[in-house]
Design a protein around this ligand. Structure first.
Ligand code: FES
Length: 310
């Protein structure tokens, strides 16, 4: 992964029993690179594991970042390590900010829908919305007030623009039934909520319903699928991609410097242009428009032969 920065845990606060917020400071530069609300970064743990976290701090304060880590008992140990073994002073590596999700420019109204820890990408959007005096509301769904991260801060900052659905169901089809002109809707939460949001916004104008996923394919599955081949546009070389290897691996082995961060289809850093052919998209980060002309090399594949803009 290129463009990694050294970071240090500068502070920690327990937001709920299962969520810890870590303040990170850069170790070799006075401030982090700029980002807009909704961006994420990838943390590289000392054993090489990579985890993607939304930046929850205000983009206007680049001297530090804050990320919120949910302890995932069924995970692979990355979140538990950050909870239990990363005290203040711990040094890590982090990617530059990546902007897969963010506020639509020029929208007349923003309708935000968050479920549980899915609140995190919205936390850096909210200061931007408040500063701009934007027309917005945030619907926040969670099981109980005690397990809901950042609830007191949100209540204080948003007042009636925060609609709480704590322990009760939000009727997404009803909320999203009639898209008003200029309204953009955004959702981040568990897979079931994202699916419900997708079907409830199926009739919305293209590009006005935005979703943020946190997890792509498990790594073992990410490099498996049907065999296919790619043609490199600049050289005409044909490279076979066997069923048990990823396109990313094959391209790198052939000497192409393709960047990659998450390697499970969630960050978009490995995107490669497609000039011809039928990609089989397996990522969870590209928009429909991006998918028409590119694919993620880490998890996506192709049918037959693809011609790549490399
Ligand atoms: S490396 Fe993140 S989507 Fe491919």
């Amino acid at each position: 992964m290129k463009l990694l920065m050294g970071v240090e845990v500068a502070a920690r606060r327990q937001v709920t029993p299962a969520v810890v917020a870590l303040t990170l400071r850069p170790t070799k530069r006075p401030a982090f690179p700029p980002f807009r609300g909704g961006a994420h970064a990838i943390l590289v743990l000392p054993d090489g594991r990579r985890r993607l976290y939304s930046l929850v701090s205000d983009p206007a304060r680049p001297e530090s970042w804050e990320v919120a880590v949910l302890r995932e008992p069924a995970g692979q140990g990355g979140s538990a390590w950050l909870h239990d073994a990363a005290p203040v002073g711990t040094r890590l590596l982090a990617s530059h900010p990546q902007q897969g999700f963010g506020l639509a420019e020029g929208a007349a109204r923003h309708l935000l829908v968050a479920g549980g820890i899915g609140i995190t990408p919205f936390l850096s959007m909210l200061p931007e919305l408040l500063r701009a005096g934007a027309n917005f509301e945030l619907h926040f769904c969670a099981r109980s007030a005690e397990s809901t991260p950042f609830l007191p801060e949100l209540r204080a900052a948003l007042g009636p623009r925060l609609r709480e659905w704590i322990g009760r169901r939000l009727d997404l089809p009803a909320l999203l039934a009639s898209p008003a002109p200029g309204t953009h809707a955004y959702c981040c939460g568990p897979a079931r909520m994202l699916e419900a949001f997708e079907s409830a916004t199926a009739h919305w104008p293209e590009g006005t319903a935005h979703r943020e996923h946190f997890a792509g394919l498990p790594r073992a599955e990410a490099s498996q699928g049907e065999a296919f081949e790619v043609e490199i546009a600049s050289s005409g070389a044909i490279l076979p991609v066997p069923a048990d290897r990823s396109l990313l691996e094959v391209l790198r082995e052939a000497g192409h410097a393709v960047d990659a961060a998450c390697e499970y289809g969630a960050c978009g850093s490995c995107v490669v242009g497609v000039e011809r052919g039928e990609p089989l998209h397996r990522d969870v980060c590209l928009s429909p428009a991006a998918r028409r002309q590119s694919l993620t090399a880490c998890v996506s594949r192709g049918r037959g032969r693809l011609r790549l803009a490399l």
